[in-house]
Design a protein around this ligand. Structure first.
Ligand code: NAP
Length: 272
């Protein structure tokens, strides 16, 4: 097929990477060029005949991609402790980047934004599931009427960061929407003073004044509740990713769209 968008998947042997490889293979507008993961050091090949590399250095040395000439998408689902280094390496090379890896701080994002070439895009989605994006959108509407809110996120026990990127983003969006709708509402969550000695954290992490509670257990994939409390009532918005393929329509959409944009974009809602 002509005019397919070339895609490189980083973290291709991981849980999200494997799903991404399948999704890119299946997407008619995308062409999987290469996969990167440390486990490919021994030359193992993924599904089909896609070339695999242990590192970005090895990919570039092979001369397989030329992101300066042909807009090429670099999708990253790796680890919170390697994503910054990966982006520092690929952004100056001219890749458009689609990042699902969580854990980047606001300060790091600011620095990375300055590395995006003028005509390229760094797209980051804390959550690629359409339902999760809608949960965040709805929550921002509700908080204007029910400003007392807390977030509970539940993930598998191998997750490397807490709170989740989705929960942190949800809390930040809730706080901003609440301040805009109700400028005089308190900016700190009540209750940390009630934590028993030796039980610090019982009231959760304080993200911009919104308590966020993280549950880590085998059996979960990715789940989140946003709970609003009002007089004599509560309202809960809950989203469940029960399989990692829930993220793939969003990943494919981002790969298709990122080349039409420039600069740093955060959140799938900006591409929908
Ligand atoms: P995972 O199963 O641990 O997969 C990560 C893969 O990346 C592993 O195979 C890892 O290899 C590999 N890797 C490590 N360093 C690398 C490097 N420098 N270059 C290329 N690959 C490298 O983790 P996962 O569950 O797939 O999650 C990956 C990330 O996506 C996490 O940050 C997670 O929170 C996030 N996530 C985001 C969304 C979203 O919608 N945005 C959804 C789900 C998950 P080793 O095992 O050898 O280190």
């Amino acid at each position: 097929m002509t005019n397919q968008i070339p895609v490189v998947v980083s973290g291709a042997a991981g849980k999200m990477g494997l799903e991404t490889v399948k999704a890119v293979h299946a997407a008619p507008n995308l062409k999987l060029l290469a996969c990167i993961d440390p486990c490919f050091a021994d030359g193992v090949h993924t599904q089909g005949d896609v070339d695999t590399f242990a590192s970005i250095d090895e990919l570039m040395a092979a001369g397989l991609v030329s992101p300066q000439e042909t807009r090429t998408v670099f999708v990253d689902f790796t680890r919170p402790d390697v994503i910054e280094a990966n982006l520092r390496q690929v952004l100056p090379l001219g890749f458009d980047c689609v990042v699902g890896t969580t854990g980047l701080s606001a300060e790091t994002l600011c620095e990375l934004e300055s590395l995006v070439p003028a005509d390229r895009c760094l797209f980051i989605a804390p959550n690629f599931a359409i339902g999760a994006v809608l949960m965040m959108e709805l929550a921002q509407k509700v908080v204007a009427y029910m400003p007392d809110v807390e977030v509970i996120e539940l993930h598998h026990d191998n997750k490397l960061d807490a709170p989740s990127g989705t929960a942190k983003r949800t809390a930040e969006l809730l706080a901003a929407a609440r301040t805009q709708a109700l400028p005089d509402f308190r900016s700190t969550a009540p209750g940390t003073e009630t934590e028993l000695p030796g039980c610090a954290g019982a009231r959760g992490a304080n993200v911009d004044g919104v308590p966020v509670h993280s549950v880590r257990l085998p059996g979960y994939v990715a789940h989140q509740e946003v709970i609003f409390g009002g007089q004599g009532q509560t309202l809960t918005i809950r989203h469940d990713s029960i399989h990692r393929n829930s993220f793939m329509p969003g990943v494919v959409l981002a790969c298709e769209q990122v080349g039409k944009h420039q600069g740093l974009i955060i959140g799938l809602e900006n591409l929908m």
